[in-house]
Write a protein that binds this ligand. Structure first.
Ligand code: CU
Length: 347
């Protein structure tokens, strides 16, 4: 094969490889930027989530520039020294400047830039005072949620789903009843830990309505992966309606579900769960007063349908092994269905 031919072929292959290599970062960027994935920090829906995503873009682009710069210098060094005999290289004579610049000055500048921009992103707190304070307590493996309003008679409790009003700052006070958990709803805020015996505060100033999924972001035991949280951003009117409905006691049981209520209130369920307006006031499990109005059950594990409620109540351990709700095998099939129908009626 002639030398010219070989060089030609190499150039051709190199071109193809370069084209493919150029496509990879483009595809990654498209995948990251274009998606509206529920757990993506790039589909932001609040002011602080915006600064987190800007910070991420800043770091991605800066790292790309640093990477390309280092690779170019590397190629330049290899090319320049290709003909030299290693034995001829005298380290004391040259190269120290490169080491000082490449090892200290340039990284120093880059890290300082990331530090400054990062501090600015962290410091962003919506200024107006919060209109609602929400106490969130982590449990293995669900979230207790208590609303505090200026008027004490308006406080109420719910679980696993947090409603907040659009355009108003909400203040979340985080703590835990057992191990360390971490509250993370990426489209609305950065992560923050829930620490035993301590409280941490998050503010969220939402910029659009919607249902924003989140998850516990600190490994907390067997069912860590099934410790989902949802933040629902409502317009102000919807939020007020929702809060009024949550504040109310449970409606008296309709005749069709009265048998289920008796089983619930008179049985083991009431030792762990509260249904306000009934004698059930257990304190170690999610408040069920309006569980029928939630989107999911068992901390985002299942959609809230009658069938799933029946399955959960019949055998919680099969759905979420290790969860602190036992499988209650003393019930007959019709009794289970009656209890589930009652629970589903708690809107
Ligand atoms: Cu957790």
């Amino acid at each position: 094969m002639s030398r010219i031919h070989r060089a030609d072929r190499a150039r051709h292959q190199g071109g193809a490889r370069r084209r493919v290599a150029a496509l990879v970062p483009a595809a990654v960027l498209l995948a990251v930027a274009g998606c509206d994935a529920p757990l993506s920090i790039f589909s932001r829906a609040s002011d602080s989530a915006r600064s987190v995503s800007y910070l991420a873009w800043f770091m991605i682009i800066l790292s790309a520039i640093v990477f390309i710069g280092v690779m170019l210098l590397y190629a330049f060094g290899v090319r320049r020294n290709r003909e030299r005999n290693p034995a001829d290289v005298d380290l004391s004579e040259r190269g120290v400047g490169w080491i000082v610049w490449g090892g200290a000055v340039m990284p120093g500048i880059v890290l300082l830039a990331v530090f400054v921009v990062g501090m600015a992103a962290m410091g962003r707190y919506p200024e107006p005072p919060p209109v609602v304070t929400i106490h969130v307590t982590g449990h293995q493996w669900w979230w207790d949620v208590e609303y505090e309003f200026p008027n004490v008679s308006q406080h109420f409790r719910t679980a696993n789903e947090i409603h907040i009003p659009l355009g108003r700052p909400a203040r979340l006070v985080l703590t835990t009843a057992d191990v360390i958990h971490s509250f993370w709803v990426p489209q609305l805020q950065g992560k923050l830990d829930l620490i035993p015996g301590d409280t941490n505060e998050l503010r969220i100033l939402p910029e659009r309505t919607g249902v924003f999924a989140g998850t516990c972001a600190e490994f907390c035991g067997q069912q860590h992966a099934h410790m989902g949280i949802r933040v629902i951003v409502d317009d102000t009117t919807t939020f007020k309606q929702w809060a009024a409905q949550q504040l109310a006691d449970a409606q008296p049981a309709a005749p069709a579900v009265a048998a289920g209520e008796q089983l619930f209130v008179g049985g083991p369920c009431a030792m762990c769960h509260t249904v306000r307006g009934t004698a059930a006031n257990g304190q170690v499990a999610p408040d069920l007063t309006h569980v029928g109005s939630r989107l999911t059950i068992a901390a985002g594990t299942l959609p809230n349908t009658l069938g799933n409620l029946e399955g959960w109540i019949a055998n919680a351990q099969a759905i979420k092994p290790g969860a602190k709700m036992p499988t209650l095998s003393a019930y007959t099939g019709p009794q289970l269905r009656a209890v589930a129908a009652y629970v589903a009626s708690l809107k």
